[in-house]
Design a protein around this ligand. Structure first.
Ligand code: PLP
Length: 462
């Protein structure tokens, strides 16, 4: 046994090999030494278990692989062929070219983040996207934070700390990723006052609770987001809640979630409540995400009446949740698309939603032809794309899917994920399918090459 262990080379000896010197030059000494230590540790463990000590070229191969793995970025671009437009796990909204250019510019150079060029003195980061948000939605005042979870937390903390918040039991939702309305409420220091039942809540339920409770600060209305209750259901509209709130001098905080500024019904789907409607209906404060239906970078937006929104700007949490310049630049550029009336064409989320089924089918046919030319068996099947991102639960858009033949769709999917670029597809009715709706034109050639490479890999496995 000791004999075998003595065969294991020392770190210094391996470092002296010419190929390893090249690795040091490429990856740096400290990364190479640390990877080498872990390779040698593995070899020692294997030797103790009775394996032979690998030859030097095998050690170098293992070391190279380890270094490549250690230094490869884990956050990488992938092709989303799932047909889920706002895919939370794949990074939600893609940004427009203009938004990317704006982010790139402020990342590379200094900017007016908190500088007023006219006055030649300190300005404020609150001004950039806020003015546009007010113009677009009719709100008096707006504030941008890191994400919508932060927007809800800040609003509740600022408006209802130590006081009661009335909410329907049907809206005590969990959005995913740990966002649960009751938990956020607890974190904000507000006291939850649940009213009604899971499926039905009446205006009088709210009123009874307001009359019975000691100190109510506001009524919270939360979008159901990612689920839909069907059947014997009902809850008061925002307008009804506003009417009730007026009688008791209580503001309505509306967590809209996805923040649509355009009408989804124009694209053959259910109508998703828009930010403008919520303001017109009289909600005092509205919160939503920047990277769902708005189609911008990750952000949380708080807007509404100045008397409620302005004080939030100096709340200590606002400082902790403030967005960075790159986010603000992307958000500003995204909002400008709406202001110019070109959002449906320029904002990728809306462009994907607006893609007609005829145009999806045309692309699917082109993909099938290209795959068949490369001797990859593919057929077209009709299917549905989803919007995702906690908006329009259960709503889908008609699409044409390209189904790639393989006796093990799971293995083909794994081969696609391991490719470069990685492709994330969907498995439906035991078939691997690709949805053109969420694949942007510039990715198309790379996607087809990746599919061809993955099917070759699968042939090799059989
Ligand atoms: C998505 C969502 C949130 C959380 O927003 P993030 O931007 O992911 O933090 C909160 N409330 C509702 C209703 C949502 O749909």
């Amino acid at each position: 046994m000791n004999q075998v262990l003595r065969e294991i080379p020392s770190v210094d000896r391996v470092l002296g090999e010419p190929e390893v010197a090249m690795l040091v030059a490429r990856y740096g000494r400290s990364a190479t030494v640390s990877a080498l230590r872990s390779v040698i540790e593995d070899v020692r463990a294997e030797a103790l278990a009775g394996a032979a000590v690998p030859a030097s070229n095998e050690l170098v191969r293992r070391l190279t692989a380890r270094l490549q793995r250690n230094l490869a970025p884990s956050l990488r671009r992938v092709i989303n062929a799932t047909g889920v437009v706002i895919h939370t796990n794949l990074g939600r909204a893609l940004l427009s070219s203009e938004a990317c250019a704006a982010m790139d510019a402020v990342a590379r150079g200094y900017s007016t983040l908190e500088y007023d060029l006219e006055a030649g003195q300190r300005g404020h980061r609150f001004v950039h996207a806020e003015r546009l948000l007010c113009e677009l939605t009719g709100a008096e005042s707006a504030l941008v934070v890191n994400n919508n979870a932060g927007a809800v937390l800040l609003s509740l903390s600022g408006m209802a700390h130590g006081r009661g918040v009335v909410i329907s039991r049907g809206q005590l939702v969990e959005i995913g990723g740990g966002f649960r309305v009751p938990d956020v409420m607890a974190q904000s220091g507000a006291a939850l006052i649940e009213v009604g039942t899971t499926n039905r809540t009446h205006l009088r339920d709210y009123e009874t609770a307001i009359l019975e409770a000691e100190d109510v600060a506001l009524i919270l209305a939360a979008h159901h987001s990612n689920f839909r209750i069907v059947g014997f259901t009902g809850e008061p509209s925002i307008r009804d809640l506003v009417g009730l709130g007026e009688r008791y001098e209580l503001p309505i905080l509306h967590d809209l979630g996805s923040g649509a500024l355009l009408d989804t019904a124009a694209y053959g789907m259910m109508h998703e409540p828009t930010v403008q409607e919520s303001i017109v209906d009289g909600a005092a404060v509205v919160t939503f995400s920047g990277d769902k239906l708005l189609g911008g970078p990750q952000a949380g937006i708080i807007l509404g009446r100045a008397e409620y929104v302005e004080p939030l700007k100096s709340h200590p949490l606002a400082r902790a949740l403030r967005p960075d310049k790159i986010c603000l630049a992307g958000l500003q550029a995204t909002l400008l698309h709406y202001l110019r009336g070109e959002a449906a064409e320029r904002v990728p989320v809306w462009r994907m939603i607006a893609t007609t089924s005829a145009s999806v089918e045309q692309r699917a046919r082109r993909w099938r032809r290209a795959l068949r030319r490369a001797h990859v068996d593919a057929v077209l099947v009709t299917g549905r794309s989803t919007v995702g991102g906690g908006s329009l639960p259960g709503e889908t858009l008609p699409t044409t899917l390209v189904a790639v033949d393989d006796d093990s769709p799971d293995r083909l999917a794994a081969a696609l994920r391991s490719g470069d670029p990685p492709v994330v597809a969907r498995i439906e009715s035991d078939r691997l399918v690709l949805d053109p709706r969420t694949v942007v034109e510039e990715e198309e050639a790379g996607l087809l090459e990746a599919v061809i490479a993955a099917t070759r890999l699968r042939e090799g496995e059989r």
